[in-house]
Design a protein around this ligand. Sequence first.
Ligand SMILES: CC(C)(COP(=O)(O)OP(=O)(O)OC[C@H]1O[C@@H](n2cnc3c(N)ncnc32)[C@H](O)[C@@H]1OP(=O)(O)O)[C@@H](O)C(=O)NCCC(=O)NCCS
Length: 229
Amino acid sequence: MSETRPHCLCKDHPAVSAASPAGAGVRFRIATLADAEALASLHHLCSREQPDGFLHLLGRPFLAAYYRILLRNPSTLVVCADSGEDGLVGLVSACLEVGEELEALRRGRYRLLLAALPAILRQPSLIAAVRLRMVSLRPGNAGEGFVVGHGPRLSFWGWSPCYPSAGLSTQLFLEMLRKLKERSVSVVSLEVDRSNRKVELIHRYMGARLVQEFVTKDGRKRLVMEHHL
Ligand SMILES: CC(C)(COP(=O)(O)OP(=O)(O)OC[C@H]1O[C@@H](n2cnc3c(N)ncnc32)[C@H](O)[C@@H]1OP(=O)(O)O)[C@@H](O)C(=O)NCCC(=O)NCCS
C-alpha cells in the first residue's frame, strides 16, 4: 500500500505522520472503560462528517459520560481500531439488546445531563431536543421516535477523517458483525438519517436491507436497516 496520510490540521486529534502508510499497525480490539475519553474524542471528530448527527452537539464531556455508561453495560460491545501512537482511529458500537442499553442510559440520565450542561448553556435551543430524547428513554417507551427499541442494534460507526481508512473502516465494521455472530446474533438493526446518503449506500453495499422509514420526533427522516449475519 503506497498511500501516505496527509498531515492532519485538526487541532483536537493527533496529527498522523505522513511517512507511515495508512493501515500499518492498526489493530482491531474490543474497547474497555479506559477508552471512554478516546472514544468520545473520536466520536466527536467523526460526527463532523455526519449530516444531522445529534449526540456530538452535547459536547465531548457528554460523549465521555455516554461511553462510560455503555462500556459498563454488559449488553454493549464497542470495537475500535487502535493505531498505536495516533490513538483510536475507528469505532463501532453495538448492543445485543437495545432495551438494556436504553435502560442503562436512563439510569445514567442525570450524569449525562450534567455532562451536557455546558453545551446546553451555550446553545439553549438544544433543550427541546434533549427533552424529547429523555421522554424516549422512559420505561415502556423503548427509544420510541428515535431508535429501534428491541433486539440487537448498531448505534455508531465512525472513522477518523484525519486518518485515511483505505478499506479499514469497512473491515472494522465487518469485524463487529463477526463478533455479533459469535454471540449468536442473526440480525442486527441500525438507523441512518436520510441525509447521510453515503452511509446508507455503504450499508447497502455491505448487504444491509432497508426495512422501515420514519420521521424522528424532532423531524429528521430516518431509515431502519438490517444486516443479516
Ligand atoms: C461511516 C464511515 C465510518 C465510513 O468510513 P469511510 O472511511 O469514510 O468510508 P469509505 O469512504 O472508505 O467507504 C467505505 C467503503 O464503502 C464504499 N463506498 C463509499 N461510498 C460509497 C457509495 N456512495 N456507494 C457504494 N459504496 C461506497 C467504499 O468504496 C469503501 O469500500 P471498501 O471498504 O471496499 O474500499 C465514516 O464516513 C464516518 O465516520 N462518517 C461519520 C459518522 C457517521 O456518519 N457514521 C454513520 C452513522 S452512525
